[in-house]
Design a protein around this ligand. Structure first.
Ligand code: VAH
Length: 310
């Protein structure tokens, strides 16, 4: 059985559904700290779980005979800056609890998301390589970088089969973004459709690596299915799809909504975004497990608008 933490979140909502499609709802235990998330999971088991409550986690793993954990619960970059110590505690303690379950042989496989937030101001910004200077400035990025090192450590020392991707900004239309720096690229679609002026918290030329949710789901499932011996990176893989600025996605939306208006009002998130890469080199993922993305910006925008307006 597969247990997902943070299943009610932006990624969790879609990844849990994809796992249920693939393996059957009867094999899936969706968990979230928010009990209202239950409504999303009529197709599988749902349990309330605060990931800092390790006893409860162990209890659920035993109760459902879980063999795989997708540990998605985390505090993201923008919200994390409001409470750095708690963000560190939640992001790190919960990961270590899950890794310990792998070490103890209670679970066989772990998925844990990292992020391009592991990079920083001295990282090469264009085509950022897998291995380079990593000097994250947010507590979220620091926790992801430390988490990557812990994943590699648990694999090397204890043989724990933990796998990870450094996601770029993820763009989906099925659930709201949860407090990150890339959220604008999700929110801008609703504003365009609802005919509202969009206030963008990043500057118009702020390029960031992004990925449409179906590509992110595919990358995750592909990585988790790859034979063990093909996984040469046990910290976290660079993965990339597209890269665009607010101005570019706005221009794309103007093709559908010629009267759509935007105003730029950069806040503290602009500084976070400026410390992250513009684009990512993901050769290793392409070589090791044949990663390929399907959606560029135009195809993504069309797909989102088709779904939200039909
Ligand atoms: C954030 N969406 O903005 C996350 C992400 C690439 C960044 O990990 O915090």
């Amino acid at each position: 059985k597969i247990l997902i933490t943070g299943a009610g979140g932006q990624l969790g909502s879609e990844l849990t559904a994809a796992l249920a499609d693939k393996f059957g709802g009867a094999t899936i235990i969706a968990t979230d700290i928010n009990e209202n998330a239950k409504d999303k999971f009529d197709y599988c088991t749902f349990e309330v779980l605060d990931v800092l409550d390790n006893n409860r986690l162990v209890e659920l793993i035993d109760k459902y005979e879980v063999s795989e954990v997708y540990h998605l619960a985390a505090i993201l970059s923008a919200v994390g800056e409001k409470n750095p110590l708690f963000t560190w505690k939640l992001n790190m303690d919960s990961l270590l609890n899950v890794l310990e379950l792998g070490k103890a042989g209670k679970i066989e496989k772990i998925y844990w998301p990292s992020s391009i937030a592991v990079f920083g101001k001295n990282t090469p910004a264009d085509n950022t390589p897998q291995d380079c200077v990593m000097d994250p400035t947010t507590v979220y990025g620091i926790s992801k970088l430390a988490g990557e090192r812990w994943c590699a450590y648990y694999f090397e020392k204890y043989g724990v089969d933990v796998r990870s991707l450094r996601y770029p900004g993820l763009i989906g239309y099925k659930s709201a973004a949860g407090g990150g720096t890339t959220d604008y690229a999700v929110d801008i679609f609703r504003a365009a459709i609802e005919g509202e002026e969009f206030e963008c918290f990043l500057a118009e030329d702020m390029y960031l690596p992004m990925m449409y949710m179906p590509d992110a789901i595919k990358a995750t499932l592909d990585l988790m299915q790859a034979p063990k011996e093909d996984i040469s990176i046990r910290s976290s893989y660079n993965v990339s799809a597209v890269s665009f600025s607010p101005k570019e996605i706005y221009s794309e939306l103007l093709k559908y909504y010629p009267d759509f208006k935007i105003k730029y009002n950069p806040d503290f998130r602009q500084e976070i975004a400026a410390s992250w890469p513009d684009s990512i080199d993901d050769t290793r993922a392409r070589l090791d497990w044949d990663w390929q993305h399907n959606y560029d910006m135009s195809k993504m925008a069309k797909d989102i608008l088709d779904h939200l307006t039909n």
